[in-house]
Every structure is written in C-alpha cells, then in structure tokens.
Design a protein around this ligand. Sequence first.
Ligand code: IPD
Length: 261
Amino acid sequence: MNDHEILALLCSAEREAAALMLHASGVLSECKSGHRDVVTEYDRRVQALLMERFSAAVPEARFFCEENDRHDDLHAPEVFVIDPIDGTMNFVRGFGHSCISAAYLRGGVPTAAALYNPYLDEMFTALSGGGAFLNGRPIRVSDAPLSESVVACGTSPYSMELADRGFALMKAAYLASLDIRREGSAALDLCSAAAGRAGVYFELGLSLWDYAAGMLIVQEAGGVCCTIEGKAMPLDPSRPSVVAGGERAVRELLALAREIP
Ligand code: IPD
C-alpha cells in the first residue's frame, strides 16, 4: 500500500474504533506501572480493533503499542505505533478530552499519522512531505514569540522524579507567556501546537506511542519537535522529553529550560 492508502486506513480504523469510546459506559480502570498509570477495557478493545484492521490490510505489519506489551522491532519494514486512548485518565474521569493516535513507520521513518479526537470530531493527519491537516484543511504552527503564546504542558505523571524540574519550567513558561494549559493528552497537545492554538508544548518524559503521530503532524505543520536539549527526537522506547511548536517559541522555551537545574 502507498502512504496515501495507509493514511486512509489509519483514519477509517480510528473513526470505527472511536464509537467504542463514545458509547463507553461503566468505565473501570486497572493500575499498570503505578496508581496514575491506568488502563481500561476500552483501551484494549480500541487497540485490538486497530491491530485487526491494520493486520488485515498489511499482513507483514509489526506493532509498537501502549497496551499488552506489543513492542516489535521499530526498524521492521512496516510498523504501526498505536496509542489506543491517549488521555486515559481524562477518559476514565469523563473529561471528554482524549484521542486515538496512530503513526505508520516505513523502514523506521514516520511517513503517515492520524490522530482522532472523537469528542470534537477532529481528525489531524499528516503525510511525510505532504503537509498537516485538520479535517482536511491545512494547519500551521504559530510563529508568535512566547510572550504572545499559550503554552501547553504535561506533568509526566508516571515519572514523578521529573516533577521538580517540570513544575519549575511550567512556572517560568507561565511568567514568560500569556498562560499555560495542562489538558491531559500529550497527543492532543502536540496537535494544539501543530494547529497554532498553543505556541509551544512541552513535557519532560513521554513514551513513543504518545508522540510518534503528533511529532509528524507538528513537523508537517511547519514546526519543530525536539527534546528539551534541542536534540532530534529518538524513535525508541527511551521516554525522552518533548518540545514542539513554532520555531521561535520553541527556541525561547529551550532557553528557559537551560536556566533550570
Ligand atoms: C498520557 C497523557 C498525559 C501525559 C502523559 C501520557 P496516556 O498518556 O498523554 O497527558 O501527561 O505523559 O503518558 O497514558 O493517557 O496514554
């Protein structure tokens, strides 16, 4: 399948799986690595549905997924990186701000991404070299400085050792910008940056499934996605920091981070 066909596959599978989220009732959660890191039967069902659809269309497909420890070799010829519900805590608590995120890697390189927020019916998509879109309309990052930007951020809730530095950077970003947001879905935060709603987004520790799709969408929206040290994002399980948005606001955020021990 070519990348356009893969993108159509990602979108149709996500729309189909979104019905599970929208009609969920009596959502119960179980703890994974700690009391904040939770999973529900809906995370598992959404993931199973996506894997079924992707395997049917691409029999050689390999997977790197949040649930069920399915972590195949990321350098296989065709790999789908799936976060079935990003913003699981929001989902469990009924905040209505979560999404389904999937990226497709060809030979280890992200070439297609789709990220669907069923609550707002917003489908963010990108193809490598083909631009980024929201419901089919092109999107672009903001070119505003930090002082004229809203800053989206995450708390890396499964890595509490990052809290002191993360909250110090949030305070610095708050003082230097219009305001900050902590909305509870890293994948949607990346899309907020891609669409220029947030000037920049940062979080000090994320998993590959949280950022693989959003990273391509930010880059294709003309933005930068890098670590807090300004290095290229690794495509591996190392849980790196992530900073994303318009080049100017990213540069200023990186400078603030250098001042924080
Ligand atoms: C989490 C959310 C959250 C972010 C965490 C992520 P999950 O993903 O994106 O906003 O702060 O770092 O792990 O666990 O809900 O898929």
